[in-house]
Design a protein around this ligand. Structure first.
Ligand code: GN1
Ligand code: MG
Length: 365
């Protein structure tokens, strides 16, 4: 990949040394660029998947405004490490946070050094920290007017709509796979009624719209290599108006599964209640003054609904012939579907335990 024109367009200073592709994320193409400018400097250069993100300019506008808002909050409290606690996007010569050319839609940001991410949780303390990081993100944005952000992927977590899309995929049966996955289809459709709970609560005004991250996979938190404290939340493509329950629920879905969502061996999948407790504690500690009681009561439901949503999305993509999620092997989306079904099964069995844990944390708080 030749980055010369992009480097110039973003005005990156220093001598370009080289690049490596990073294989993170299911959507975008990501490179780390190495420069020398009185020392080593690294930047992330990313080509947006415009099949998934159909409004890239609006998406970058959302990200820019949200990161600037957080940056200002950090400044106000005199945070010394502010440049590592929120992503800094580079601007092109016209002051826009992207460059669009014949090779695609690109953005660049300063690479946060001395930091790492987890694909699978290593210990419960780090998941507690992740809960604090996602909670902090919400807290910083509590005064940001959610309705000024563009809904760049309409109906992203509208789980009722996700079910409709699954029905459509079953009917169209594009890849001819529907008959082989009847068991999985039945499992998901049997839970169709529960799928609407968060959407209905938002629509009826029982819970508020907020600015949410909407992709709170555990590998979207950066940790400091030395202190192991969380630095910032990354992958801001889906920052949009949403429910705090989407962020909470998706983090629980992705972080409490001790085997990760790509594990094929069902017997290794384990919904870990200790991890559940730790994340919930961290999230509540940082959001307690802004979350409503109604939202907190819906935490276990949110964990199940977000898992159900991913069951439906992975299966619909499998039925369509794997058009949306990057796959690394044949049947990968079916593997992910079965994995999430098993996780959901275990969450259902553990729901009374989840409720008791939340009640306990709230009593102590
Ligand atoms: C996608 O690309 P990545 O891994 O950040 C997806 C999420 C899913 C996730 C499942 C925009 O996220 O919604 O939860 O895969 N992002 C989008 O692995 O669809
Ligand atoms: Mg993402």
């Amino acid at each position: 990949m030749n980055f010369t024109k992009l480097i110039d367009a973003f005005g990156i200073p220093g001598t370009y040394i080289g690049s490596e592709e990073l294989s993170t994320g299911n959507n975008n193409q990501t490179y780390r660029l190495h420069f020398y400018d009185n020392g080593d400097m690294f930047y992330i250069m990313q080509r947006l998947n415009t099949h998934v993100f159909k409004q890239p300019r609006a998406l970058m506008d959302n990200i820019r405004r949200v990161t600037e808002h957080i940056g200002q909050k950090l400044k106000q409290v005199g945070c010394a490490d502010a440049h590592r606690m929120v992503l800094h996007f580079l601007l092109n010569k016209d002051g826009e946070p992207f460059v669009e050319d014949e090779s695609g839609f690109w953005r660049a940001y300063r690479y946060v050094d001395r930091a790492y991410t987890y694909d699978i949780i290593q210990d419960s303390f780090c998941f507690y920290q992740a809960g604090r990081a996602f909670g902090e993100f919400q807290r910083h944005l509590v005064d940001f007017p959610a309705d000024t952000l563009t809904e760049t992927i309409p109906h992203f977590h509208d789980t009722v709509d996700r079910m409709r899309i699954l029905h459509e995929a079953i009917e169209n049966n594009k890849a001819g796979r529907a008959d082989s996955v009847r068991k999985e289809i039945d499992f998901i459709l049997a839970r169709e009624k529960e799928a609407g709970i968060i959407v209905e609560a938002l629509d009826s005004g029982r819970i508020p719209w907020r600015v949410t991250h909407n992709d709170t996979k555990i590998n979207n938190v950066l940790f400091d290599s030395q202190s192991r404290a969380p630095l910032c939340v990354i992958d801001l493509d889906t920052v949009m108006p949403g429910s705090s329950l989407y962020d909470y629920g998706d983090a629980i879905r992705s972080g409490t599964n001790t085997a990760g969502e790509d594990e094929e061996n069902i017997s290794l999948i384990h919904f870990d209640l200790e991890l559940f407790e730790k994340f919930t504690r961290g999230f509540l500690e940082t959001t307690a003054d802004s979350l409503t009681r109604e939202e907190t009561l819906l935490f276990p439901t949110a964990a199940r609904i977000m898992t159900l949503e991913l069951c439906a999305r992975f299966l619909a993509d499998y039925l369509d012939g794997d058009l949306y999620f990057k796959i690394k092997k044949p049947g990968h989306n079916l593997i992910r579907t079965r994995n999430q079904i098993e996780l959901l099964r275990q969450m259902e069995a553990a729901t009374p335990a989840m409720e008791a844990i939340i009640a306990d944390i709230c009593r102590q708080g």
